[in-house]
Structure formats: C-alpha cells, structure tokens
Design a protein around this ligand. Sequence first.
Ligand SMILES: Nc1ncnc2c1ncn2[C@@H]1O[C@H](COP(=O)(O)OP(=O)(O)OP(=O)(O)O)[C@@H](O)[C@H]1O
Ligand SMILES: [Mg+2]
Length: 293
Amino acid sequence: MSRFFELLNKTAGQTKQRGSPWDLLLAPQVPNGDAQQMPSEVPIATTVPTAPTINEAPALAFEPHSKDRIFALHNDRNLAAENIRILAGRLNYLQRQLLFKTLLISGTTKGEGKTVIAANLAITLASRDNKRVLLIDGDTRQASVSRLFNAESSPGLNDCLSSGTPPFQFLRRMPTMSLWLLPVGHGAETPLRAGQLGQLLARLSVEFEWIIIDSAPITLLANAAAWAVAAERYLLVVRRGVTPKKMFSKALESIDQNKLLGAVMNDCIDQSQTHYTRYYQQIARGEDTSSSL
Ligand SMILES: Nc1ncnc2c1ncn2[C@@H]1O[C@H](COP(=O)(O)OP(=O)(O)OP(=O)(O)O)[C@@H](O)[C@H]1O
Ligand SMILES: [Mg+2]
C-alpha cells in the first residue's frame, strides 16, 4: 500500500439536512382539545417495546486475517495510514461545511481498492475524534467488508431490507472503538432500491455521525447506482494501472457531480498530486488521454 491522495475539491452548494422518519415518531402531535376529550376508560399502554440501541450491538469476533489490508488499525506510522488520516481530516472539514453524514466509496472497475479505503477510512474516522461511525457493506455481490471483519455469516443488510425490520438489530460493534458494521447478511441478492436505501440511511443517520458505504463499481452494477442515489456524497477511488480512463470518464458523466467530493488515488507512485489533477481537468474538458491511469 503506498499513497493516497484526495485530489479534487468539494463541490459547490450546501446539503440540506434531512429530516428523519424518527422525528415524526419522537414528536407525536396531539390535535388541540384531544387531551380533554380522551375518555378515562381508554387503556393506556404503560410499557413500550424498545428497539435495540446501537450500544447493545454484539461485538464483532474480529481476528483480522489480512492485517496489511486493515493497516489503520495495526500500523499507524506507515505512509498509507498517514494518508488516510489526511483524507479523514479533509472529510471532517467538508462535513462541517456541507452538513452530510452518508458517504459512498465507489469507483469505476474492480480491484481499485474501494473496500480497503472504505474500511481504513471508517476506522480512522472512528478513532480520531471518537465519533460514532458506521461502515456499511453495500457490495451485496461480494461481501468484501463483511469478510474483512469476519462477519460474513452475520445477518445484515439483505435481512433488514427483505424483512422490513429496523436496521439496529443487525449492527455489529468493533470492540474498543466507536465503529459499527452493517454486514451484507444472508439471503438471495435482491436488487437494491434507492428509495428503500434512502429510508435506511435516514434512520441510521439519527445515531451516527459518519456512515461510510463500501460499494461495487458505480458504472457496472445497478446496486451501486442505487447507493449513489441514496447517499448524500461520494468519493471515487482510482488506481494507477487499474482504472481505465475511458471508464472513469464515463463514470464522471453518469454521476451527480454535485454529490462528488473528489477522487482518491490509490497505489500511486507519482509523488505529485498535480498528475491526477491535470488528468481530471483533461477528462472534464473531453480531451483524449491514454487508456489507463
Ligand atoms: N495500494 C495498494 N497496494 C497494494 N495492494 C492493494 C492496494 N489497494 C488495494 N490493494 C489490494 O488489491 C485488492 C483489491 O482491493 P479491494 O478489494 O479493496 O478493491 P475493490 O475496489 O474493493 O474491488 P471490487 O471492485 O472487486 O470490490 C486487494 O487484494 C487489496 O489488498
Ligand atoms: Mg470492494
């Protein structure tokens, strides 16, 4: 793992804060005069079943089998960990400016390092300021994050969506950290719907300060496109020698540019940030470039 750069700056405009469906549940409105008219014999429930809180989430049985992939946890002195810390710092700054919580980590093709970056970013955000961070395994086809955290056999996103059960009971907590995971879960992979994912994220946003979503490539799979609609912001990962320029260009055309915070260059041997910035500008102007980064 060598270098990461956050290369593109934030997009203009402020994100409106979303209302949560929970707001309605927590603040029921009683029409004027109803209190006086309520007959005394109406039974009043004295106990209300409570949904599990995030602090009751079972701990992950976490024995990282690939320590080098979760470098932010084990070796905070290496360059990759340092660059992820820089990225986390910039994202915290952008979050204060733009008021968002949900961040999709995506890209244009397989093997760019989306999962590695999503996992290490979530760990870094959780350990920096003790913020409550949720990492969602949104790549239902591969469950890479779930496997990375030994949670591939836990129920999760698929179970939540298919049963309509609130998401909190599917969360797992990383011991000793303010980091939670929503694994992919069981069951047949069903097409994700942006509306359903939006409701899920709105519910989870009540409890978390950051929600990081690992997804499949945005241009290849409909599920990733659904996440892109539901998430408030996204980062695209590109990897030198892996990300085809044409596909990246297509991805830029197909996404909502207003939600794009920037790109992260993974595994970059070029020491200059200007390399990628220049490339991005060429792409934006529609100029021809060679086939891959
Ligand atoms: N900078 C890097 N240096 C060396 N190896 C890397 C680097 N980034 C990622 N890898 C390795 O490349 C492989 C693919 O990484 P990862 O699974 O994060 O990619 P991905 O973009 O999530 O792929 P997919 O689209 O299949 O989900 C993994 O084995 C990972 O350890
Ligand atoms: Mg992945």
